[in-house]
Design a protein around this ligand. Sequence first.
Ligand SMILES: Nc1ncnc2c1ncn2[C@@H]1O[C@H](COP(=O)(O)OP(=O)(O)OP(=O)(O)O)[C@@H](O)[C@H]1O
Length: 687
Amino acid sequence: MSTSYLEKLNDRQRCAVEHGVGQDETGAGPLLIIAGAGSGKTNTLAHRVAHLIVNGADPRRILLMTFSRRAAAEMSRRVERICAQVLGANSAAMTEALTWAGTFHGIGARLLRIYAEQIGLGVDFTIHDREDSADLMNLVRHELGFSKTESRFPTKGTCLAIYSRTVNSETPLNDVLRNWYPWVASWEEQLKQLFSGYVEAKQAQNVLDYDDLLLYWAQMVSDPSLAEDIGNRFDHVLVDEYQDTNKLQSSVLLALKPGGRGLTVVGDDAQSIYSFRAATVRNILDFPAAFSPPADVITLDRNYRSTQTILAAANGVIELARERFTKNLWTDRQSADRPKLLTVKDERDQANYIVEQVLANRETGMLLKQQAVLFRTSSHSGQLEVELTRRNIPFVKFGGLKFLDSAHVKDLLAVLRFAQNPRDRVAGFRLLQMLPGIGPQTAGKILDAIAADPEPLMALGEIPAPPKSGQDWGSFVDLLQALRKSGSGWPAEIAMARTWYEPHLERMHEDAETRRADLMQLEQIAAGYPGRERFLTELTLDPPDATSDQSGVPLLDEDYLVLSTIHSAKGQEWRSVFMLNVVDGCIPSDLSTGTSHDLEEERRLLYVGMTRAKDSLTLIVPQRFFTSGQHAQGDRHVYASRTRFIPATLLQFFESGTWPTVSPAASERSANQIRIDVAARMRGMWK
Ligand SMILES: Nc1ncnc2c1ncn2[C@@H]1O[C@H](COP(=O)(O)OP(=O)(O)OP(=O)(O)O)[C@@H](O)[C@H]1O
């Protein structure tokens, strides 16, 4: 069989791809691939999966876990391309059978549905996103009377963050409070009560939150026979971005493959940027020793993405990290141009510079899509978005406000979610209050009345129409009962729900027309899923995160500039990268300067951003920037200085400059063209 597809790999990559393949029948021993930025991690992992399939592995028995659904889709596409070189026309069938590719949470949700009965879980469970979870937390907090306490009890968001960190890091509440939330430590007892109430409420309503998908999974595999049963479904388990997994995820993984047979994890400790989700870099560092004999380790340190000058600057930044394990990256892509470190007056000039530069690049044949503007926090791109819109330059923004966070999209999803799981109080609450004349109290009463019935939506039909809800009540009940029966199939159901919702949309929002366009787009997205349950699950777990000025994301063949938070830029690359606000207070963010641990993560963020660039990198340092909300002083302009992560010793790696540049000729011209001689007038005042 031809192995020509392996020829383009370098020796180390090839070693990683071939590790253990065809050695013996029990599969390869555990493998850790430490893959530096741009070292071909995705490429290598895709080749490994393809190589396994080409060598006879059953694709239905390969579990591939990635950080996002987008990454899983990209990986499957690459695997298919590689397999096609060897297997020709048969490859599509093989790679389509690669059905166990997804995120930890997505895979968890699927397994929980399969094993629901064995662990006493209602198979119809719905999944709460962070906002729904916070709403439910709030409800319980209210019921327990904590919102009325005299000194201030933590907000619903903080409570949820504490809960989430506690369960994901498998750390006692007491420690979490002491280390991360010392200012609420006095509330420990009440928080315990709250969390216990929250767990009971979720169970009564048959909902799981994000964390539950991992928690339930971990509980499930703590039973040795279930663990074995699930583990035996897969011959190979491969995990990408292992540096961003948390303790719970590694527990699950090790329980699935306790001896490490067939287990491959890939990651880069220098790119670990998700500790706010309780990810721990220890997972990757401790991986080899979790097995006996220890896992094999292969390091990829040749970078194929960036020029040598960009890499030198990025290496310089990460070299100053307190603790690091990855070696310096190297490349043979020479370039005479160092990355730019550009000082501008303020954010307005920053935006103007980018627009000018992006257009200039396009003149030289670089598509907008090959260029990206990265920033630490979603709000940093405000000025730029205004300028791009004004100049009619199409852009798509990743990170920050999600499409699914808009009220009307959430409304429509609430209809579907309530039909799916009528015990889901958060969805029910939202939905009932859309009807005229129904407020929180009436909604609560209705939900209470139907909760005990084995078929709550049938019970709904027996409730007399609440006063003032008029004819809307009847059509509401009809809709839900029809959806529950699933008679019209998918995606017709979502169209049905939208038709029902439209008059309410018009009543509630002045800009109903633009919102309607979002709903049409949602319907289009929905058509790509086999059914309501999969649609709701996957959308909640990995929502599309692009928002743009237009009603939707431009079609793929259109050209647009990419705006992205650094977090959302993970794993991507562009020919030209601009980074906004490379100043202290933005990166490191002034919210993150608390501990050295936080600071180190901010340094890695800058590193991740810089290593996205292939040919050209520009870091922009506005001397003044606008900050909102976080300070006691409120919104204000502050004077900024260059990020502390680029101290004077690193300036050698950059070409420093200012913009706009005033050429000598221009200043001479302006001197010659004095329109008002103010000085002469001033003198004249006294003559
Ligand atoms: N053996 C190789 N020969 C030539 N180019 C390669 C090779 N391996 C990878 N590349 C190229 O290097 C670039 C980076 O690869 P990839 O996106 O897989 O990196 P990565 O390790 O996932 O990066 P990161 O961790 O920074 O996101 C891609 O453009 C890819 O095509």
